[in-house]
Write a protein of this length. Structure first.
Length: 782
């Protein structure tokens, strides 16, 4: 069989030698495996040199054996046959020597090169098989690392020695490109049938060519990496630091961190098993009634079904919990560029209190101080304190708080104090010197602690004085009776303590605005408790500052992280998802709770499990405090339609390790009542958008073009407030008169302002329930 194969191959080469332009088709005989009809392609005339020709006809390459002959190497195996024939005698295929007298490579036909002594490069000293440096390098890195003729292993240090001496090593990439351009690697044997299954890859290229191409890609990647490292090494570190914020400005401000499946899978498995057991239990209960006590049996089954249904409602929201992370540095890079005014959105803070005897004024003062000392631009922060009890004690304690804030706020920002509520900062049992490097810190901290203790004494004195109410009522320092002596019948009151035109801190810097608000109450008018007070603050803040975002807090909830507002802005100001987010809910954490008491830690389970599970579905519920609202969402407006969002952005909700968000998801078809309600909203939106298209109009023309009746029916009889609702980005006109705005603010907190309007029905906090916070959150989800 070997003789027959050699004879056929010899005839093939003889035919090739005699006629290179029109090679005959060679039909190989069928040996043990059916071979295919094969053609021997001619060699290009431009490059006649060829070191070796390989015939490798195969159908299935499995266990094979190899014999070495005097003319080449022969493989034979199960349904496999091949022959590698190295031919040197035919000068037509290659030239032994180039014109310079240096041998050519028997693999690619290129110059073999010279070594350090000026002699031709020799890779194998046993058989002196001619091979160039490039092919030798390729054979060491990607091949068998052995001589192609005798099979002896190559000396891996040989090429390194030659390179050090000569210094003229050419890269394999350039060598391969040159060879391919010359047409050398185009010489191959093609098959017209299933022979190509072994000879070629899926893309039709020969196996050896694909390997070379893959090797070249690796070399190119390494080259690009090295070039990049060299370029970065040449760039000064200062320039790299300057370029990093610019790159961060275009990165997403938040990301979703899914819970690992290894933690969710056991929980989901338990839920499914319980459902199966529950189904079997009800099947048994229904199919086995108790005839002797049928009424009792039916009652128990109904109760069991109800408890099972409530359990299902509690379990499935936890099916897909998620975590979220924020990038505050990217937020700063995008909206706080060096040398430019801050572009962060303004935030109005609402703090609500009713009875200072039940809600200690010192706790309320700590909440206010933690807001005023936030790590946020001072001109973007405004704090509104709602005193729904109209107590003089609350007013006087707020006066003391504003005075102490002039010292506390610069101290916190100078030394990066956390938390920024003084009562909880000074009561911490930690090393307060950790990470503090300024030598004046200890001295100033002692002075600040002494000032705070004096502040506490003044507050406690006011509380002690308020324990006994005079018969004629409270009077102010000028002798005027306090307007809120009757908590159920008093006028509206507004007092601005700090701000742009108010008192500054001890260093002469501006402080955030602090406003005291007590809405009007009269007999015969519904005041709707906390929800009514929050809606009054919405209207007052819209006239005085009109920040696009609102954060409400109970008087006993302080901000324990000065950067919390920035984390909320990572969702609300994100260009991708910010337009769809209506509120960001922060979790509640309580001080002084026994960690070993399972019932005392119920809130931890609610915020860390239930709320994150709801966030994975559509968004968490509003829990009444610690929530940042989009003001336009409180007004009942839908997401702006001026910009189309991607599918992934419009259906996502925002939540991070410290906060959760709500944004509308995909909605089901609406009933007629919902369509009627949306039609009314669209009527308002249409008036707004038509107004935006008008250029060069004054205040009179604008007021004439607005559908005044529709807006008054929705927002009430205040043209100034109605115009503030049109401003998506918030803000107050610079030409506005502060005294005029205060008078208008007194008007919008009057007891009869909400009569025959949509307040408490479609906009603002929703009335009609003791849990108005939950109802308001559900309304926004809808």
């Amino acid at each position: 069989m070997q003789t027959l194969l050699l004879t056929c191959l010899s005839l093939c080469f003889l035919c090739k030698i005699h006629d290179t332009n029109n090679p005959p088709a060679l039909l190989l005989p069928n040996f043990s495996s059916p071979l295919q009809n094969c053609h021997l392609h001619p060699l290009p005339k431009a490059q006649p040199s060829l070191a070796s020709i390989m015939f490798f006809f195969s159908h299935i390459r499995t266990k094979h054996e190899r014999w070495r002959t005097s003319r080449g190497t022969f493989w034979l195996g199960y349904r496999t046959i091949g022959f590698l024939w190295e031919r040197k005698e035919v000068d037509f295929f290659f030239f032994e020597m180039m014109e310079s007298g240096v041998p050519v490579c028997h693999t690619c036909g290129e110059h073999v090169g010279l070594n350090g002594n000026g002699e031709p490069f020799v890779a194998c000293h046993d058989c002196n098989f001619p091979i160039c440096k490039t092919c030798f390098d390729y054979e060491l890195k990607e091949g068998r690392k052995a001589c192609l003729r005798c099979g002896n292993p190559y000396d891996e240090n040989l090429l390194d020695d030659a390179e050090k001496a000569s210094g003229d090593r050419s890269t394999i990439d350039a060598h391969m490109d040159k060879s391919q351009d010359a047409g050398i690697h185009a010489r191959h044997i093609s098959s017209v049938s299933t022979l190509d299954s072994e000879m070629t890859e899926d893309n039709g290229n020969p196996i050896w060519k694909n390997r070379v191409e893959s090797w070249k890609e690796k070399k190119n990647k390494k080259k690009k990496t090295s070039i990049k490292v060299e370029i970065e090494a040449q760039v000064p570190p200062e320039q790299l630091m300057e370029d990093k914020p610019a790159a961060d400005a275009f990165q997403p401000l938040s990301t979703v961190i899914p819970i690992p499946k290894s933690r969710l899978a056991p929980y989901r498995t338990v839920i499914i098993m319980r459902l199966i057991i529950l189904g079997l239990f009800f099947h048994y209960r229904v199919t086995n009634p108790v005839d002797s006590a049928f009424a009792l049996w039916l009652t128990s089954v109904i109760c069991e079904i109800w408890f099972a249904f409530s359990w299902v409602l509690d379990q499935f929201p936890k099916w897909y919990p998620i975590n979220r992370d924020t990038y505050i540095d990217r937020l700063s890079a995008r909206y706080e560029r060096e040398g430019e005014p801050s572009e962060l959105a303004a935030v109005d803070f609402f703090v609500s209190t009713v009875d200072p005897l039940k809600e200690p004024p010192l706790i309320t003062a700590n909440t206010v101080l933690s807001i005023l000392a936030l790590d946020y631009p001072v001109d973007k922060v405004s704090c509104y304190v709602s005193d729904d009890g109209a107590a003089m004690l609350s007013f006087e304690s707020l006066v003391e708080t504003a005075d102490f804030a002039r010292k506390w706020v610069p101290f916190c920002k100078k030394f990066s104090i956390e938390p920024r509520a003084p009562e909880f900062y000074f009561s911490q049992k930690i090393d307060y010197l950790k990470d503090k490097v300024q030598s004046s810190f200890v001295k100033e901290r002692r002075a600040m602690k002494r000032d705070y203790e004096e502040f506490k004494i003044r507050i406690n004195a006011l509380v002690a004085k308020a324990q006994k109410t005079p018969e004629e009522g409270w009077t102010m320092q000028d002798g005027t009776p306090w307007p809120g002596n009757n908590t159920r019948d008093h006028p509206g009151m507004i007092q601005v303590f700090l701000g742009y035109s108010g008192a500054r801190d001890i260093d002469g810097n501006e402080l955030p605005r602090l406003v005291y608000v007590s809405r009007e109450k009269r007999p015969g008018y519904q005041h709707h408790k906390k929800a009514g007070a929050e809606n009054a603050l919405v209207r007052v803040s819209a006239l005085l500052t009109n920040a696009p975002f609102i954060l409400n807090l109970d008087c006993d909830h302080y901000v324990n992280n000065s950067k919390a507002v920035r984390e909320a802005m990572c969702f609300l100001m994100d260009p991708e998802v910010g337009r769809d987010v209506c509120y960001v809910q922060f979790p509640q954490r309580f001080d002084g709770i026994d960690r070993s008491d399972r019932y005392a830690n119920r809130n931890t389970v609610f915020f860390d499990v239930n709320m994150k599970g709801l966030d994975g579905i559509q968004g968490p519920v509003y829990v009444g405090t610690g929530c940042v609202f989009n003001r336009q969402a409180l007004y009942g407006y839908g997401p702006p339609s001026m910009r189309s969002l991607s599918k992934s952005s419009s259906s996502s909700c925002s939540c991070c390790g410290c906060c959760s968000c709500c944004c509308p998801g995909k909605k089901a078809p609406k009933d007629p009542s919902e369509l009627y309600r949306d039609a009314k909203r669209e009527e308002l939106d249409a008036a707004i958008f038509n107004l935006r298209e008008i250029d060069n109009y004054d205040d009179y023309e604008r007021s004439m073009r607005i559908s005044q009746r529709s807006f008054e029916k929705t927002f009430g009889l205040s043209s100034v407030f109605i115009e503030s609702t049109i401003m998506e980005n918030g803000g107050v006109a610079e030409s506005a008169n502060p005294s005029t705005l205060i008078k208008e603010a007194i008007h919008v907190i009057s007891c009869g302002y909400e009569e025959k309007t949509e307040w408490g029905k479609e906009i603002g906090w929703i009335y009609g329930s003791v849990t108005e916070d939950i109802l308001t959150g559900f309304k926004m989800h809808c």
